[in-house]
Design a protein around this ligand. Sequence first.
Ligand SMILES: C[S@@+](CC[C@H](N)C(=O)[O-])C[C@H]1O[C@@H](n2cnc3c(N)ncnc32)[C@H](O)[C@@H]1O
Length: 401
Amino acid sequence: MTAVDDSTIRDPKRLRAEMVRALRDEEAITSDSVAAAFAAVPRHQFAPEASLELAYDLHRIVPVKKDENGLNVSVMSAAHLQGVMLEQADIAQGMKVLEIGSGGYNAALIQELVGSDGEVTTVDIDRDIVDRARLCLDDAGYRHVKTVLADGETGVPDGAPYDRIVVTAAAWDIPPSWIDGLTEKGRLVVPLTVCGTTRSIAFDRDGEGLLSRSYRLAHFVPMQGEGAAEERKAVLREGVVVQTDDVRVPLNAPALNHALDTPQLVRWSGAAWDLPDELDLYLTLNLPRAVRLHAAKDVVDQGLVKPSALVGVPALVSDNSIAYRTGRENEETGGFESGVIAHGPQAEALADQYAQLLRRWAEHHRRRGAATFRYLPGPAPSPLPQDAVLRRHGIVTASWA
Ligand SMILES: C[S@@+](CC[C@H](N)C(=O)[O-])C[C@H]1O[C@@H](n2cnc3c(N)ncnc32)[C@H](O)[C@@H]1O
């Protein structure tokens, strides 16, 4: 008997209704307006190459374009993340919205949210993507959405000021055009990357700068063009990489590689370990010389590096030593306990410093959404405060309640 591809007989309308219900259950969608937008836009028409199952999957992206190394440069973002970001954006009827990073689907959702009195512009740096988005938008009946080919770094001044700017590529900085391009009560929703980890942050204007209202863990393809990230990566050995975007951090690859061959020092914090993405953010922004350590599966399987590095883990480095987080089951700390693995001549000192931070987070800041971000445009103060992240157009700071 010939197998029938289930995707050809499933009904997109039903899949869409199921998706909306599931997004509500998972609290990615919390408002009726965003739910109605997701129910209205035929998502599969913006991913004609994908199966219906993939198009309507909550958590999977649909690849659209890859670079010469096979890395995604454009994708249709996962529905879950799109729901979260549109809730963060709080878009109302009649608003003027700029989306940076096109695909068509998200712009169509935004068009539903702003209604016929609103205006939606979507800009992409890649001609293929703009052309594809235009076709999909026209096919699905969203002819009023304006598509623009440009580097989003400069915004789209033609339509400014915008009530909302929604960025859908991982940004490393916030260029002046995004702040200046907002109305006084405008909101910028942007996936901002610091030291290899990204949060979608909803920023409102605050004087000359921006103040965060909410943030959520996010994964995006990186911003290209003028605003591309300035970061350093060092391969310590095959399958072990450290990255940083802080110019003050020493990256001595041979010495750090040598350190990995020295015995592991393990220090348990005695503190609870849960809410891993919140702890990850806290460590990234509070470790004095933070890098992100990534290890491939075979390196982890050999026992050289702990599994936390499989998805990238905040690490503390000196010239010749490295320390990073680990964890273990421990009923006494509520199920799990955080700890530190350190290598190298300064392993003791780094492990102590790291463990102190693990305890401070568990004692004072262990809650979702505890951080507040600020973006201050203009020249950075000198010396740069320890808790500030230096960018081309300003500084990012994060404080914990
Ligand atoms: C995740 S995709 C966008 C997804 C889309 N919003 C959707 O509806 O699913 C990210 C897009 O950002 C674009 N991009 C990257 N850097 C950019 C830049 N500097 N200006 C404008 N677009 C950029 C990429 O070409 C890519 O198409």
